[in-house]
Write a protein that binds this ligand. Structure first.
Ligand code: HEC
Ligand code: HEC
Ligand code: HEC
Ligand code: HEC
Ligand code: HEC
Length: 337
């Protein structure tokens, strides 16, 4: 008999034997095989949780280590401390709510299924105890708490901003908004409720549009601009210090369309910035708009104004112009005089 055939037969015998073991075992402990699984990579979840996996794939969590914006600012991660949250070890390893530490594996998985879902004992954590399903998830309060997000999302105060908001008092937490309910199909075709894993934020125009109401009106001799933060559970903008929201206007006359001018910039400045964000603000003053609050700015309308144009911009970085893809126009209005 050729060697390859012998190997094939030996393999078949082993497979039958292993099958018997699983069969015998399944009478006592459901899915004993999963209990011994070392959960190390998001690819292990892919086949059974295809829809969740597809949502996460391409999300800012998945790209956190490959994201060109991060690569540029971290000098290709020569700044080692950037790996703490952009290529983190599982939360359970460093402690839910504590600052994460860097890992050395699965670079393209960034903030992965394992980062959030690995439990303290090496199993999977979730909302419910499910001993009957293959990955045997167990309920874990720390995993479900805001502190799990806080491990990485309080460097610039987002979690503290949320704690100070009415959303926190109502019990509307980070995942209530950022993980909306979605329908998932079970293998037998029935449906169950799941939670979105895209984690939409400031890179998504539709999501940004949930955040604000913006009014622009000419009242007497004044242009009155009001921005209200009605939809974010924290400041608008939040997190990264370079994010900015700009209220812009220009006064057109019969002769000229006028020059664009900034009425107000909402932003948390860097510590070493020498000039205030807006004239009249103190140097270093944070001008982000807290949840539930509004800001009104009045600008005198010059004589001879034929029309007023107003624009509201979201900028991923304040150091970019209107044509830059990192600038998103949220609202454009024209008021005839
Ligand atoms: C282990 C660290 C870590 C944990 C835990 C974590 N995140 Fe993130 N999150 C990140 C990083 C890093 C990014 C940005 C990656 C990038 O853009 O390259 C991010 C991005 C996001 C974004 C997208 C922002 C954008 O730019 O569009 C949202 C929303 C978000 N996280 C919400 C959450 C919520 C809600 C939780 C808790 C359920 C959570 N995150 C838990 C690290 C983490
Ligand atoms: C404490 C955790 C933490 C550390 C450490 C950290 N980041 Fe982040 N980073 C985040 C989170 C959370 C986000 C998502 C929030 C956001 O987009 O505003 C983010 C987003 C970013 C973004 C925006 C990406 C985009 O596409 O807009 C850049 C750039 C970035 N980080 C660079 C860095 C650099 C450079 C370092 C090291 C000097 C670093 N980060 C260290 C947590 C961290
Ligand atoms: C062999 C298939 C299989 C693998 C592999 C698997 N799961 Fe599951 N998982 C399931 C099934 C089936 C359910 C139950 C779905 C339902 O409710 O019908 C489930 C449920 C869950 C739940 C929901 C628990 C709750 O709160 O109700 C979580 C969380 C979970 N899995 C996470 C993971 C993660 C993370 C991985 C990868 C590290 C993984 N699973 C790997 C089959 C699998
Ligand atoms: C009431 C709904 C709501 C709640 C609660 C909420 N968010 Fe947001 N979040 C938003 C909206 C809307 C935006 C888009 C506007 C913005 O960027 O501020 C956003 C944006 C973000 C961004 C993107 C900011 C950036 O610069 O990339 C991150 C990260 C984020 N939220 C994390 C969190 C975390 C962490 C919590 C809990 C502590 C939380 N959110 C609670 C609605 C919410
Ligand atoms: C940033 C943290 C984070 C990441 C990354 C993450 N999850 Fe989750 N996941 C959660 C949280 C939090 C919940 C529970 C939400 C709730 O019930 O309040 C959850 C719920 C689930 C559920 C049950 C709800 C549903 O939609 O079926 C499954 C299954 C699941 N996750 C699988 C995965 C898989 C697979 C991956 C990787 C592809 C992944 N998760 C990545 C935080 C995360």
């Amino acid at each position: 008999m050729r060697l390859s055939s012998r190997i094939a037969i030996a393999g078949a015998v082993l497979a039958v034997f292993a099958g018997t073991l699983v069969f015998l075992d399944s009478g006592r402990k459901p899915h004993a095989a999963a209990a011994e699984t070392r959960w190390e990579s998001s690819t292990q979840c892919r086949d059974c949780h295809r829809d969740v996996y597809d949502e996460w794939q391409g999300s800012h969590h998945q790209i956190s280590f490959t994201n060109p914006e991060v690569r540029a600012l971290s000098e290709d991660f020569r700044l080692e401390e950037c790996k703490d949250c952009h290529l983190p070890r599982p939360l359970a390893v460093t402690g839910f709510g504590k600052r994460t530490l860097p890992r050395r594996t699965n670079f393209d998985e960034g903030v992965s299924c394992i980062t959030c879902h690995l439990g303290p004992d090496g199993g999977i954590v979730g909302r419910n105890d499910r001993p009957e399903v293959p990955c045997r998830p167990v309920r874990n309060e720390q995993f479900l708490a805001v502190s799990a997000c806080e491990s990485c999302h309080n460097q610039h105060g987002t979690t503290d901003q949320w704690r100070a908001s009415t959303f926190a008092k109502q019990g509307t937490d980070c995942s209530s908004c950022h993980m909306p309910a979605v329908d998932r199909a079970r293998q037998d075709g029935s449906k169950r409720l799941g939670r979105g894993h895209v984690f939409p934020g400031c890179h998504d125009k539709a999501w940004l549009d949930k955040t604000y109401t913006f009014d622009a009106a000419a009242i007497g001799d004044e242009l009155v601009l009001t921005l209200a933060n009605v939809g974010a559970g924290h400041n608008f903008p939040t997190e990264e210090r370079h994010r900015a929201v700009d209220m812009m206007y220009r006064f057109a006359t019969a002769a000229s369309p006028g020059e664009w001018q900034r009425a107000y910039r909402f932003r948390m400045p860097y510590r070493d910035e020498a000039t205030p964000v807006n004239p009249g603000n103190a140097t270093g003053e944070n001008t982000q708009l807290p949840a539930g609050e509004q800001k009104t700015v009045r600008v005198p309308i010059p004589a001879g104004t034929a029309a007023i144009e107003v624009r509201l911009w979201y900028r991923l970085t304040p150091f970019c112009g209107d044509e830059d893809p990192r600038s998103t126009m949220l609202v454009e209005k024209r008021i005839e005089r």
